[in-house]
Design a protein around this ligand. Structure first.
Ligand code: BGC
Length: 737
């Protein structure tokens, strides 16, 4: 449709029709035949809303959505199609590893492929928009939603934000198999005070702009069609009602022209925040901020008309929002083809097809991070040894992270199934060892359902006894333990981030009879794993790996794939260090580990150093780095400096290495981070092979918010570090003049 026709269409809409374009309701209501009962009345949705709502969320399936679209359009006075949106975070039916795990690949191309598959499957199932990528910078492992982020680093998150948007949207969202991206949660949602979900955020303007905003900007620059507001406050103003944040920063400074949608119920939450007196004020603040769609609070549809009649808002404000929504529909091509790619046959053909499964397996294996590997216990030989596979995750098929809303756990491959299918070993024992959840612990899941252990004390003892017996008669033990999938995700903050006590007890009992323990850790966040390190020889972090998790784990355990994941988020020594991240700031009293004098920035009871730093991860092979060489020592204006290192595979296996470049601005007019990731390259080397890696550095990489908040470079000394993790000491220096 041409812009002129869109303008004409807008002019033909009644005010009620316009306002209803600006609401989003749950698709479930249409699935039930548009009856205003159950969830509809519970949420205050009336028949008019059902007839006119501009978009719905949470429903998928080609057949179903085609029918909903048909019925809806037929009765809509202008036959405007609705938009179908949903949270396709880890994939639709072929589930990929959680985004935090994907961050550990340091492989934007692969992440982009994963997003493209998620788009393909969900587009065939009728979807138009996914509420992804979530690019909230996450530095506090207590926060349950770190699993949805790409970790703690601004640069890495930005690269992956771009990759995901490109994967979902392709060159145009109209293309077959593409969906629109919605970057979220704007802004700063990843820094809730004390790691408690939905809590307020206190960030300095400089930290907010320099560290937190760039990943959203990267998604917007990549063309993300939508942005979602966040639940939190910034500068004590909740985002959804924050005019300066949305109109000045998002739209003017960042140049975002697409649709801004509130998070679920966030318009109404302005009242709970204490910034709006009532629904009228909540509606006014949100529309003044330029929020186009009210997701599920039903305040826009109940209040905007009255505000308009009272002259508090103008029709132009409403038109501005509705036009953006119509433009999105137009970009998706819905006026010509309201079903877009919905096609039941195609959906059936695509979901969980071999190609998608094999990408999921490849991506999962690349997300795993090998933290320890004493005596080179891994990889395991594929024959000869007798191995006990123990733990609640060995036969578990629920190995996908939160937000895998359409996953069917029966589709996923457990470790046990993968070992059995691999034909590797003929002497294996399988034991559950214990339940995933500690006795007495209940984890809320969706609705009123709670996950909990239902074993009796006697059954627990029996599981433990058989596990120890199996460990005793085996040469090595693969112990698969960790967090329950519902222990991370939204509303899953934790104050204690150790592994459950009963799992540690199982570990210790096994250790008594067999020291050859390889832990495969399932987790949605960095954990305090000090005890795991003490009672094992190897730890492989598998996160929540998705549909092909078991196969990917077996690929890595037996060396078919050499692990290459690097931590996208620091593993703290203990919860007391949090927030802990590699690019902290120099202090006036910095502490060198081992110094015995008192007045330093340090803890009395724990080290400053985390257990495993950002960027860290072992391989079955070893890489040797040459010193860093620069082609000049002075950079001025628009010049570039090339930094070169030679990386050699000096081990026995082919392997991939993430070569990381960090820059330190030694002196600035504001305090600068001790170092910052500015580039990386992932390379693959055969044993004995070496490669020269060249990084080209320019002045943009040196910019920061100056004392007067100009984003600029300051002349002076810079150090660059190139190595295999964020603690590398491989350094060279140059000056910027
Ligand atoms: C979450 C969003 C999500 C939305 C819709 C909210 O609770 O914060 O990330 O996209 O629900 O499901």
């Amino acid at each position: 449709m041409t812009q002129d026709k869109l303008i004409q269409l807008l002019a033909e809409l009644s005010i009620d029709e316009k306002i209803n374009q600006m609401i989003q309701i749950i698709g479930q209501i249409y699935e039930k035949g548009a009856m205003v009962t159950g969830p509809a009345s519970q949420y205050g949705i009336n028949e008019e809303n059902i007839r006119l709502a501009g978009s719905v969320l949470g429903s998928l399936g080609a057949k179903k959505l085609i029918k909903i679209q048909d019925d809806y359009m037929e009765q809509h006075p202008h036959h405007i199609p609705m938009i179908f949106m949903a949270d396709i975070i880890n994939g639709y039916r072929t589930i990929f590893p959680i985004p935090l795990a994907q961050g550990c690949t340091f492989n934007p191309d692969l992440v982009k492929e994963g997003a493209a598959v998620a788009a393909k499957e969900s587009a065939a199932a009728g979807l138009h928009v996914t509420f992804s990528p979530m690019v909230d910078l996450a530095r506090d492992a207590r926060w349950g939603r770190v699993m949805e982020s790409n970790g703690e680093d601004t640069y890495l998150s930005s690269c992956l934000a771009k990759a995901m948007v490109e994967g979902y949207q392709g060159k145009s969202v109209k293309e077959k198999g593409k969906i629109a991206a919605c970057v979220k949660h704007f802004a700063g949602y990843g820094a809730p005070t004390a790691g408690r979900d939905y809590n307020n955020v206190e960030l300095s303007e400089r930290t907010f702009k320099e560290d937190y905003l760039p990943a959203y900007k990267a998604a917007i620059d990549a063309g993300s069609e939508l942005v979602m507001t966040s639940f939190n406050t910034i500068n004590r103003i909740p985002s959804t009602g924050n005019k300066e944040l949305m109109r000045e920063i998002l739209r003017q400074e960042m140049g975002f022209t697409g649709v801004l949608i509130s998070d679920w119920g966030a318009v109404q939450e302005l009242i709970s925040h204490g910034i709006a007196e009532d629904n009228n004020e909540a509606a006014r603040l949100s529309i003044e901020a330029g929020v186009d769609i009210d997701m599920m609070s039903m305040i826009y549809c109940n209040r905007l008309k009255r505000l308009l009649e009272e002259g508090i808002i103008t029709e132009q404000m409403i038109d501005e929002c509705v036009m953006r929504i119509l433009q999105l529909k137009n970009k998706l091509g819905l006026f010509e083809n309201p079903y877009k790619d919905a096609d039941a046959e195609e959906e059936k053909r695509l979901i969980l097809c071999e190609e998608h499964r094999s990408l999921s397996r490849k991506l999962a294996a690349e997300t795993f991070v090998l933290l320890t590997n004493e005596d080179g216990i891994l990889p395991l030989p594929s024959e000869g040894k007798k191995i006990a596979f123990i733990g609640p995750y060995i036969a578990c098929k629920r190995i996908h992270g939160s937000w895998s809303l359409f996953a069917n756990q029966e589709d996923s491959v457990s470790i046990k199934e993968a070992v059995e299918g691999s034909g590797y070993l003929n002497h294996c024992l399988y034991e559950r060892g214990c339940d995933l959840l500690e006795p007495g612990i209940e984890i809320p899941e969706f609705g009123e359902v709670f996950a909990k252990s239902v074993l009796t004390e006697e059954e627990r003892q029996e599981l433990l006894y058989s596990a120890v017996a199996a460990a005793k008669e085996s040469e090595a033990v693969v112990l698969a333990i960790g967090e329950h999938p519902s222990q991370s995700g939204e509303a899953a903050s934790k104050a204690d981030i150790t592994v459950a006590r009963h799992q540690i007890e199982l570990l210790k009992e096994i250790w008594k009879v067999n020291h050859n323990i390889i832990i495969v850790l399932f987790n949605g966040r960095p954990l305090d794993i000090r005890e795991l390190c003490q009672y094992s020889k190897a730890i492989l972090v598998a996160w929540l790996p998705g549909t092909e998790g078991g196969n990917a784990i077996v690929d890595v355990l037996f060396g078919k794939v050499n692990p290459s994941g690097k931590l996208a988020m620091t593993f703290p020594y203990s919860v007391g260090q949090i927030p802990v991240f590699y690019n902290e700031f120099a202090t006036g009293r910095s502490y060198e580990e081992g110094d015995r004098t008192r007045f330093h920035s340090r803890y009395l009871d724990i080290p400053n150093k985390p257990l495993f730093p950002f960027g860290y991860g072992l391989s079955y092979t070893e890489f040797e780095y040459s010193g860093v060489e620069l082609d000049k020592n002075i950079m001025s204006d628009n010049q570039t400096i090339n930094a070169v290192v030679e990386v050699k595979n000096v081990g026995r296996y082919r392997g991939k290495e993430v070569v990381q470049l960090y820059i330190q601005d030694v002196k600035g007019n504001v305090v600068r981070p001790v170092r910052e990731l500015k580039s990386f390259q992932k390379i693959s080397l055969q044993p004995g092979e070496s490669k020269k890696i060249i990084f080209s550095m320019n002045r943009d990489m040196l910019k920061f918010y100056q004392q007067d908040m100009r984003y600029e470079v300051e002349a002076g000394l810079f150090r660059i570090y190139i190595g295999g993790d964020s603690t590398t000491k491989n350094v060279a220096e140059f000056h910027y003049r």
